[in-house]
Design a protein around this ligand. Sequence first.
Ligand SMILES: [Zn+2]
Length: 75
Amino acid sequence: MAEPTQPGTAAGHARPAAPCPICGRPAEAKHRPFCSVRCADADLGRWLTGQYRVPGPPVDPEDEGGRLDPEEGMG
Ligand SMILES: [Zn+2]
């Protein structure tokens, strides 16, 4: 039988670092709360692309119909 060894058990203080909100990897102090500048940019990109939407009134699906041709019926 081979005993499973646990590497890195003598690392002093092992405080639980907050995981990166983007990829879930341990965040780096240099890029907190993200693990890297790339994830920081990714988070910013979400805002820019509108993935983070502010809570607003629900849009009726029927309202989307007939809005593309405002000139129709005006002639
Ligand atoms: Zn990350």
